[in-house]
Design a binder for this molecule. Structure first.
Ligand code: CDP
Ligand code: CDP
Length: 224
């Protein structure tokens, strides 16, 4: 059983996926689901339990003994670990720089994909991530592959960090983003790639509103 529309948004780090997915969901009255937050939560769990990021078996045991819950909403998604709100903690650099190693483990992915499909089966949804169009929701009505130049993505992350009071040099951000893209596109299980039926949107020179308008147009087309 499924609802009328699933919108899948994939792409590399800082292409604008979550910002735009949230706005599109709000406009359409759909649920927004940030799948990256799930892999970030598992990474935070590994950090808290002092588990080696390469130790899939230990990570899976910790995951089975922990309660990670996602409360998707129209504007934001809250993430809880054993009842504690970790929505902010999962954005810290420590998590960001290790999440690609954790998310490459096949059993971690299997567990998260099951959660993602369960949420999507209950709601009209905009879901963002790396493998939504290719693996999680292969039958989504609308698939977007969002890209932007690495320089522009680093500038966006830099501006975002400044607002949060985080001071990482721009050149470091470029390196971090490239390293994460490299890991995400080359892993064995569901690597980041554009689905054959996805529409590519390069947001390098586009404003947030322009990208939102484009996706709403495409969604309206698909609904007819
Ligand atoms: O927002 P940002 O681009 O920094 O990343 P994110 O969407 O929060 O995703 C963090 C990491 O989780 C990615 O770099 C991937 O390693 C992993 N991820 C994934 O493997 N599959 C997804 N569907 C979503 C995220
Ligand atoms: O989810 P993802 O990592 O793909 O990117 P994001 O966190 O939504 O966007 C990264 C930053 O770029 C945010 O601060 C957005 O406000 C900004 N952004 C932008 O300046 N122009 C766009 N067209 C899209 C996003």
């Amino acid at each position: 059983e499924r609802f009328e529309m699933q919108i899948a948004i994939d792409g590399p780090a800082s292409a604008g996926k979550s910002t735009i997915a949230k706005l599109v969901a709000k406009q359409l009255g759909f649920i927004y689901c940030d799948t990256g937050a799930m892999y970030r939560a598992v990474t935070l769990l590994a950090i808290q339990r002092d588990i080696d990021f390469g130790d899939e078996a230990k990570i899976m045991t910790a995951l089975q003994n922990a309660e990670i819950t996602f409360k998707p909403g129209e504007t934001d998604q809250l993430v809880f670990l054993n009842g504690e709100d970790i929505s902010l903690a999962i954005r810290q650099p420590d998590v960001t720089n290790n999440v690609s190693q954790v998310s490459a483990h096949p059993r971690v992915r299997e567990a998260m994909v099951a959660k993602q499909r369960a949420i999507a089966s209950q709601n009209n949804i905009v879901m963002d991530g790396r493998d939504i169009g290719t693996t999680v929701l292969p039958n989504a009505e609308l698939k977007i592959f969002m890209v932007a130049s690495v320089e522009e993505r680093a500038r966006r992350r830099f501006a975002e960090n400044q607002r949060k009071g985080i001071e990482t040099p721009l050149a470091t951000l470029v390196q971090e983003i490239e390293a994460r893209d490299q890991k995400d596109t080359t892993r064995e299980v569901s690597p980041l790639r554009q689905a054959d039926d996805a529409i590519r949107i390069d947001t390098t020179a586009l404003s947030i509103d322009q990208v939102v308008a484009k996706i709403l147009d495409l969604a309206a087309d698909r609904a007819n």
